[in-house]
Design a protein around this ligand. Structure first.
Ligand code: PEP
Ligand code: MN
Length: 265
């Protein structure tokens, strides 16, 4: 298989306009809000993200919400805002695409296309994002097995797109005390099975903000190539995922610790 380590023994390094993810490259951080809420909010998030050392700005404009009555995202308006905020600071953008019909639009604004956990086995979507040739951030499915996740990447790779970044974001188990069960063993396992880089998402992996910094540090220790983390200038009033979002102070402290961890590796 194209995704397998057997087929391609060397680590693949995904190059996002000069920001390299994988192999022996530095640990890369993607940070930003769960949802883009407005131009001022995403600008403030970008400022904080960059100050801590993140090179890639995250933020959702199309949100896969459990309830149809919850905020669904600012759509194209949000994409414009995140692109502007990132460009002002020389950052790259990652944002989710949920629908085949929106791929061209999202690809016009974003440097990495994020496939959300709920779409890991949306095979038509995987084929279509593969065809764009853009780097793809492939989240692990809500209850995705390692084999299903690898096969999802294969759907992208078979379209001649070899820029997949796996994102471990936790899986559903019997445990309800955390939002998901963060499966850090997936990091060394995926590295053994595949040449593509893997990053961790301790925000969705735990769902609880004060668990995020220790699990980010554990992510470095596990050998992850980077992380994606949710931040917000005012988590209590975030439009989505406030309980797992870090405020500026917590984020800055976490980033210092992560840098120390990285040097020790
Ligand atoms: C997100 O990144 O905000 C998100 C919806 O993540 P996931 O698809 O992992 O639930
Ligand atoms: Mn979120």
């Amino acid at each position: 298989k194209l995704t397998s380590r057997e087929f391609h023994p060397q680590d693949t390094v995904v190059d996002v306009n000069g920001v390299k993810i994988g192999g022996t490259e530095n640990f890369v951080t993607m940070a930003g809000p769960c949802s883009i809420e407005g131009l001022d909010q995403i600008r403030e998030c970008a400022r904080i993200a960059k100050a801590g050392g993140a090179q890639i700005l995250r933020g959702g404009a199309f949100k896969p919400r459990t309830s149809p009555y919850a905020f669904q995202g600012l759509e194209e308006e949000g994409l414009k805002y995140i692109r502007q905020a990132a460009d002002e600071l020389g950052m790259q953008v990652i944002t989710e695409v949920m629908d085949e019909g929106h791929i061209d639009m999202v690809a016009a604004y974003s440097d990495i296309l994020q496939i959300g956990a709920r779409n890991m086995q949306n095979f038509k979507l995987l084929q279509a994002v593969g065809k764009t040739g853009k780097p793809i951030g492939l989240k692990r499915g809500i209850s995705g097995t390692i084999d299903e996740w690898l096969n999802a990447a294969e759907y992208i790779a078979v379209q001649n797109n070899h820029q997949v970044i796996f994102i471990e974001r936790g899986i559903r188990t019997y445990e309800t005390a955390t939002r998901n069960t963060f499966d850090l063993s997936a990091v060394p396992l995926m590295k053994k099975l595949s040449h593509f880089p893997i990053i961790v998402d301790p925000s969705h992996g735990t769902g609880i903000w004060d668990l995020v910094p220790p699990m980010a540090r554990a992510g470095v220790a596990s050998g992850a190539d980077g992380m994606i983390v949710e931040i917000h200038p005012d988590p209590a009033n975030a439009w989505s995922d406030g309980p797992q979002s870090l405020n500026e102070k917590t984020y800055m402290n976490m980033m210092k610790e992560v840098q120390i961890m990285e040097k020790a590796m």
